[in-house]
Design a protein around this ligand. Structure first.
Ligand SMILES: Nc1nc2c(ncn2[C@@H]2O[C@H](COP(=O)(O)OP(=O)(O)OP(=O)(O)O)[C@@H](O)[C@H]2O)c(=O)[nH]1
Ligand SMILES: [Mg+2]
Length: 407
């Protein structure tokens, strides 16, 4: 069993855009939802799933999932979400629930920005006529708030860090790494941000205020990658909004969080057959539904699923893990013959790991002891022996042979 969830996804945006609705749809955890700003005051945390085709059909076996679920050939791997309080302009200076909100995203590895694509909420999240507010402004403002928040955290120590990096042996990367570790910012992120911003890491004292902000802004993009969930697509709006958002260089996923929540709740009560992310559903128990409930479900089918291919919620989650964070799925097994663990459970675990993970790193992820006593691994599809440095591929089934035991 994977003890800790591999990554945390932050659900962010201004108030009243549907963050808690998205969160609830993704996790089925209760969260307060209402059509006024600042409904969420304390962040909600919960577990949802990444969806991927399971390998059991390809290997022609029946599986017994342990750390994940398998529904009709779809493997659902748990991941953690945090639903943040809404953010208003000036939050980095403490406006609204500003600093509290920003503190919540410290631990997030990637962000889903829930934008009200209908333009029916103003910059503070108050209801207005659809189309009255330009959703592109929300994208710019959120980038600015997060960058300024990060810049502010580092600002006090920056002159000293820059001076020390130049005058002593201690390098800039190490000092920034220490200072920023509480924000889930890694050395590789800092390295990448310096490289991308084209600044001279040998002479940080020469960086202007503008250079410093450019570095922090780049660091935000690298360390807190973000995609846009263009929510409330059920409300008729200017179709150009989506196109204009895509030009901002983001992954943009059209969404109807409200529809996903309705479908997930109906599926939970076994009223419909629906897996998160499906393109359609079957009503299984019509006698338990009122006419108006059936009508509402049919409207979702017609206006959202048939039109857009899905509600977009699961697509946004999958894109966050597979595209923004570049993760893959791997299935470690002990018994290569039966693709089972030591209890005979077939394909028990599916792990989400970053692309670039080696066979030995996987062994360490499964268990420290297994990593330490690693000898070699076998890839089940080709039945090929692989060495410790072998880089794993998506949907690999891997048996690890160690000096102590197999896994
Ligand atoms: N039409 C439509 N309304 C939605 C959708 N998603 C959420 N809403 C509505 O938008 C309003 C705000 O939803 P919440 O989920 O509470 O929004 P929030 O972003 O968490 O708001 P705060 O916690 O106040 O920041 C509620 O009335 C929801 O029912 C959607 O896809 N379509
Ligand atoms: Mg909320």
């Amino acid at each position: 069993m994977q003890k800790s969830y591999s990554r945390l996804l932050g659900i962010v945006g201004k108030p009243n855009t549907g963050k808690s609705t998205f969160f609830s749809a993704a996790t089925l955890a209760p969260a307060e939802i209402a059509n006024y700003p600042f409904t969420t005051i304390k962040p909600n945390r919960g577990v949802g799933y990444v969806r991927t085709p399971c390998v059991h059909e390809e290997f022609k076996v029946q599986d017994n999932p342990v750390n994940s679920l398998c529904m009709e050939g779809v493997r659902l791997i748990p991941v953690e979400f945090i639903d943040c309080a809404g953010l208003v302009p000036g939050a980095w200076q403490g406006r609204g629930l500003g600093n509290q909100f920003l503190d919540e995203i410290r631990k997030a590895d990637a962000l889903v920005h829930i934008v009200d694509a209908s333009g029916g909420t103003d910059s503070e999240g108050r209801l207005c006529k659809p189309g009255e507010h330009d959703p592109l402004e929300d994208v710019k403002f959120l980038e600015h708030e997060i960058t300024m928040w990060m810049a502010n955290i580092l600002k006090r120590d920056w002159p000293k860090i820059a001076r020390t990096a130049e005058s002593e042996a201690s390098d800039l990367l190490t000092m920034l790494e220490e200072r920023l570790s509480g924000l889930s910012i890694k050395r590789s992120h800092i390295f990448e941000a310096i490289r991308k911003s084209g600044l001279n890491a040998e002479k940080p004292t020469a960086w202007s205020d503008e250079d410093y902000l450019k570095f922090v802004d780049t660091l935000r993009q690298v360390a807190k990658p973000m995609l846009i969930a263009a929510n409330k697509i059920d409300i008729p709006a200017d179709e150009q909004n989506l196109e204009r958002m895509k030009k901002l260089n983001y992954l943009v996923v059209p969404c109807c969080a409200e529809a996903e929540l309705a479908l997930r709740r109906a599926a939970e009560k076994k009223l419909i057959d629906y897996k998160p992310g499906d393109c359609n559903f079957n009503i299984t128990n019509p006698e338990q539904l009122t006419q108006s409930q059936i009508k509402a479900l049919e409207t979702i089918r017609e206006k959202i699923l048939l039109k857009n291919g899905s509600t977009g919620v699961q697509d946004a989650i999958n894109m966050a893990f597979f595209k923004l964070l570049n993760m893959i799925t791997v299935y470690p097994v002990e018994d290569l013959e039966h693709l089972a663990d030591h209890n005979g459970r077939v394909l028990p675990d599916a792990y989400l790991v970053p692309y670039g993970t080696s066979a030995r790193q996987l062994a360490y992820i499964v268990h420290t002891e297994l990593g330490e006593s690693f000898i070699y691994a076998v890839e089940a599809r080709e039945r090929q022996r692989i060495g410790e440095d072998h880089i794993l591929k998506d949907r690999d089934v891997i048996s690890i042979v160690s000096a102590k035991k197999r896994a």
